[in-house]
Ligand binder design. Structure first.
Ligand code: HEC
Ligand code: HEC
Ligand code: HEC
Ligand code: HEC
Length: 493
């Protein structure tokens, strides 16, 4: 993966991913409930402790300034370019101040566990993952948050006998094998989806926090890295090909399933919490935002004058984490990938009314999450490159998403349309990465995807799809038809 061709490909990723995730500050047309209380943290106790990532930054370790492009320079790359290094300082900005005020936090945001648990866990006083005394934590999302608490591997990992150790041995010491896509996806989901002690709920969103939209392959592509991206590609070769990589498709598939799984676990935790604190239920962030927030002025998704084109916006489940599950279930039927459609359908049915039985929701969400865990493992398996993620399978998936699944996803809502676009982008990139040349057809497809990107992006300065001036559904359907024409000549297996 070091040819000039590959450089073109990586530019393409960037082109394909200029998608911006933005705040969903919507004009509220409907006020139903009063602001419920703030959720409190209850982080799980994890056995190995943090030692403070400042110790990683020594010049001889990961703090080197010159020399190698990546190796040894992880700290300066993180400090200069990685948004995670700024995650603490944003807690001192105006938006955070506003949030702390609206949420009536007893302390400022940069001292409050509700914020620090994601933005700077090592400095969170409340977090049970607190620092071992004597060592200085780095503020922000620091090295140990991803690589694992280093109490039992910091001294060991610089010895010559570290590399040959098994992944299991390293894991037991608290070191996370981030080379593994599934492990990596779960680490990101800890903060980008949420979990115990880490909850971007409707209270935070209403106070101004961005709604969390996680999609692994996109976030990964947009993230300034402190290791060579070619390493990921090389670790995930296309079966029987010297150059191709299945990394992109795998991170998309694993990411979709893990995001849904972790969202279900969060739903279950929220429902369990409600048993003790009924005022915190139902959690509004679990619903489709537009069920309650519609802007009656502008012509946009949910208010087409043409009733036939208007998506049904009634009460409904938050579409973002689950939009691609049914399409995945249909496309992978008989392949051993099992998506728990019955539980998901039962859950979805609960969300059509504003009354949610916490017990049933918690149970179904747990069962569904458990089964999705198995599906994520299947996509993550080394064999996946030969079967479910083979070039042939990815091409079939792309065709099916464009022709069979696309039109209804685009009609449904912005979340579903955007997930379709991100899925097509990941597949497209993976298909390009698995062959040696970029065909004219692939170039054309990429242009159509750019056009979809533009339609879905919010205009500069605007923060929600409410601000669309034109009718986006028609434009997206037209783009799908263009894609269909371009794909017509492709083998349909
Ligand atoms: C579940 C983890 C989580 C919690 C809890 C959380 N945040 Fe965040 N926050 C994030 C993530 C992830 C982002 C980046 C969102 C994105 O771009 O997808 C973010 C973004 C932000 C931003 C925007 C940053 C920017 O660069 O524009 C601000 C400000 C912010 N958070 C403040 C807070 C405050 C204040 C609190 C506590 C009241 C808080 N956050 C709690 C995870 C969290
Ligand atoms: C947001 C998550 C995240 C943070 C924060 C983070 N890393 Fe990483 N790091 C990764 C991922 C993912 C990889 C790629 C997988 C791999 O190579 O192990 C990686 C790779 C590395 C590698 C290469 C490992 C190898 O075996 O090739 C080093 C060294 C490293 N990181 C050090 C650091 C240091 C030092 C910090 C803090 C300054 C840091 N990382 C912060 C996620 C993170
Ligand atoms: C400990 C919590 C935590 C973990 C783990 C974490 N992140 Fe983040 N991430 C954040 C926060 C908080 C922000 C917002 C930082 C800011 O805007 O200042 C963020 C921001 C980002 C952004 C920038 C988003 C934007 O809108 O510009 C990307 C990309 C990102 N994270 C990717 C990842 C990936 C990929 C992983 C997993 C390998 C990961 N993160 C793991 C907390 C985390
Ligand atoms: C069941 C109805 C309901 C749902 C679903 C809902 N909200 Fe709200 N939202 C409200 C109400 C009522 C308020 C005003 C009270 C408050 O601040 O909580 C509000 C306030 C807000 C505010 C504060 C600014 C304003 O317009 O008043 C934002 C931003 C917001 N919601 C975003 C969202 C997002 C994003 C989602 C989806 C994740 C969502 N809401 C889902 C009912 C809802």
């Amino acid at each position: 993966m070091q040819s000039a061709e590959c450089k073109v490909k990586s530019v393409r990723v960037k082109d394909l991913r200029v998608f911006h995730f933005v705040l969903c500050t919507l004009q509220s047309a409907l006020f139903i409930l009063a602001l419920p209380g703030i959720k409190t943290a209850n982080a799980e106790d994890a056995p190995p402790k943090l030692v403070g990532s400042a110790s990683c930054a020594a010049a001889a370790c990961h703090g080197g300034l010159a020399g190698h492009k990546f190796v040894g320079s992880e700290f300066p790359i993180w400090a200069a370019r990685d948004p995670h290094s700024r995650a603490y300082s944003v807690l001192r900005n105006d938006l955070s101040r506003q949030m702390a005020e609206l949420l009536k936090l007893p302390k400022p945001a940069h001292e409050s566990a509700v914020c620090l648990n994601c933005h700077s866990p090592a400095t969170s006083t409340d977090s049970k993952l607190s620092s071992v005394s004597g060592l200085v934590p780095l503020a922000g999302v620091d090295c140990e948050q991803c690589h694992g608490p280093a109490e039992r591997w910091r001294t060991e990992h610089v010895r010559t006998d570290w590399k040959p150790r098994t992944a299991d041995d390293k894991r037991r010491r608290g070191y996370r094998d981030l080379k593994d896509v599934l492990t990596r996806a779960n680490v990101c989901a800890d903060c980008h989806v949420g979990g115990p002690g880490r909850d971007v709920n409707h209270d935070l969103i209403a106070a101004g926090h961005p709604r969390l939209f996680f999609e692994l392959s996109t976030f990964h592509a947009n993230w300034p890295k402190h290791w060579p991206a070619e390493a990921d590609a090389k670790r995930h070769p296309v079966a029987e090909s010297a150059t191709g990589s299945v990394f992109e498709a795998k991170s998309w598939a694993v990411g979709q399933v893990v995001t849904a799984q972790r969202s279900l676990e969060l739903l279950s935790q929220r429902a369990e919490l409600a048993k003790r604190e009924p005022a915190k239920w139902p959690e509004l962030a679990e619903w489709n935002c537009f069920a309650c927030h519609h802007d009656l002025q502008s012509a946009s998704w949910w208010q087409s004058k043409d009733a036939a084109k208007r998506p049904r916006v009634s009460f409904g489940w938050n579409a973002w984490p689950y939009a691609m599950l049914d399409p995945l279930a249909r496309q992978f039927v008989g392949s051993g990938i099992e998506i728990p459609q019955a539980e998901l359908a039962r859950l979805r049915a609960q969300f059509v009314t504003p009354i949610l039985p916490a017990d049933m929701v918690s149970r179904d969400a747990n069962v569904a999450a458990q089964r999705l865990r198995a599906a994520a493992e299947r996509f993550n398996h080394a064999d996946a490159a030969k079967h479910v993620l083979s070039p042939k399978s990815l091409a079939a998936l792309r065709l099916a998403f464009v022709t069979d699944e696309g039109p209804s996803l685009v009609n449904r809502d912005w979340d579903s349309a955007t997930q379709l676009f991100l899925s097509l982008s990941a597949l497209q990139h993976s298909i390009i990465a698995s062959s040696d040349t970029v065909s004219e057809r692939d170039r054309q497809i990429t242009l159509v995807l750019d056009s979809m990107n533009e339609t879905l992006n919010f205009q500069p300065g605007l923060r929600s799809p409410r601000d669309f001036a034109a009718q986006p559904i028609d434009r997206l359907q037209a783009d799908l038809q263009r894609l269909q024409k371009l794909l017509d000549g492709s083998p349909k297996n």
